[in-house]
Ligand binder design. Sequence first.
Ligand SMILES: Nc1ncnc2c1ncn2[C@@H]1O[C@H](COP(=O)(O)OP(=O)(O)OP(=O)(O)O)[C@@H](O)[C@H]1O
Length: 588
Amino acid sequence: MSMIAARLRLLRLLARGGVGLAVLLVLLQLIRAVVPVALALAVGRLVADLLAARTGADAAVAAVLVAAAFLTDQIVWLLIDPVRTLLVKRIDGDLRARVRVLAASVPSLDVLESEAFQDRMARAVDSGTGVARDRSVGNAAAGQLELTVRMLSAGAAAALLATWSPPLAAGLLVLALAVRACVRRQWMRIIDKLDADTAGQRYEFYLASQAVVGAPKDVRLYGLSDWFAGRFRAAVARTYAPVWRELLGVLPQQWWAAGMLLVASAAALGVPAVAVLSGDADPAQLVTAVIAGLAVLNISAMGMEAYDIEYGLRGLAAADELADRCAAAAPRPEVVAASQAPVVRFDDVVFSYPGSDRRVLDGLSLTLRPGEVVAVVGENGVGKTTFVKLMAGLYRPDSGRVTVDGADPHSRRPPITVLFQDFVRYPASLRDNVTPAVPERGADDDAVRDALRRAGATGLPEDLGTLLWREGAGGTDLSGGQWQRVALARALFAVGAGKRLLVLDEPTASLDVRAEAEFHEQVMSRVRDTTTVLISHRLSTVRYADRILLLRDGRVVEDGTHDELLAAGGGYATFFTTQAAAFGGEDA
Ligand SMILES: Nc1ncnc2c1ncn2[C@@H]1O[C@H](COP(=O)(O)OP(=O)(O)OP(=O)(O)O)[C@@H](O)[C@H]1O
């Protein structure tokens, strides 16, 4: 897109903040644009009236016009700020919502988690960390309007000056625009530097958010505020050092621009003065010409709008690239309905996370038969959760094949529900924390209560409408174990609503011993019409599974029932006996 088209697009974006508000801002800016010309004319008339010793009434009218022009400028200036702020916030809010919808529409996590996608997302909705000004598309749109109006104002002042001296008007305008263009090019190098280290800016933002909200207990318990502050200062210094260096490099280059402006100002003042001295102009014309000349030169000063425009254009480009990436990504998978438990197959699957060459899954082959409860065990980091993500179609294998009932889960999402280890605690009601896996089902309080009961969730608020978000009005919070039961209820509710592939990743991690003992009876024995994957380090949880798979080196190395694997005396048997010994008996 050409520069002019991009800038016209910025102006059109103003309407996204509300047509009425945009029109008001345009009007206010236009009034500001004509003020310098009005002031030049009014002051010229005042001087003419005073010198011609006309009636006091004539001079008073001229003085009132001068005052009116001055006051109008002040009042409009006061009004512009709130109108501009509101408009910018609305435009940015609109873009932020669009970007979030785009991000949510990406079907696979590899695109979402890629650095390029994250960078573009941060750029498109940048709220200006690190500098005093918001670097946003909304600011760019408002800045483009300001610049357009400043140009119009300079043009109008030049036109007024041209009625007296066309060469002076043309000369001042060309000089002012040349100075502006050169200075702008120098300063924009700083934005390139700012853009260069987006990963550093993300890290700095992460540190700041961890220090305030992410790790409040650790910060207080271990007195970590200095630790965070030191790292934050170091991160800021690392990220912004190149920017400061660029800044120091640009400053000495300002001398010649200052020199050119000095010459231009001398011409703006000197040419009319010489004309008056030589009798070619009267003092009133001098005053009008000088004010108009200085108004023309005003455009040479690069205001903050230049940064706003430059940064916002990059934000807009980032948003466009996001849209293109999303359009190019695979379409949102069709969700498959199933009346019976599905069969899941992994054939020689190899998978590495984007940006890593470490094979997390390396030739993984397995079959989950319909209605089976299959436990997956293995050391930390062996790839159990990764296996689930591929089964759910959230990533695609690098090679090999994943199918659920014969279909690729990436393009046809199976009727799956997953209780992830890091399950989401929705800032919503208890009811809405149980139902999100099947939003189409709607609120069915009996089914919600039944799922909570089967998950063994006790001590919860009686009212399903209770907000489970402490920061919200009337909100409350739950213990870790209670949250895990609510998340388990979420999975069971989804099974009740027809999801026939159930994954429980560490479902008993936060449960006490009695609750864990009840887990098999209350939960596992009731999901028989569902293909179930159970991931747990607690071997007492997995021992009742129909089959147990032990993962190592990215593939299945043992496959059998608890008794078969114990008898085989392999890795599972070692796990089990070690755990049993740690708990003081064979029955871990
Ligand atoms: N989003 C990700 N990007 C890059 N690497 C990842 C990502 N998620 C996990 N990994 C890496 O993949 C490997 C397998 O992780 P995974 O979570 O599947 O292990 P796990 O067997 O479930 O572990 P645990 O028992 O600790 O829960 C780990 O080495 C981890 O560092």
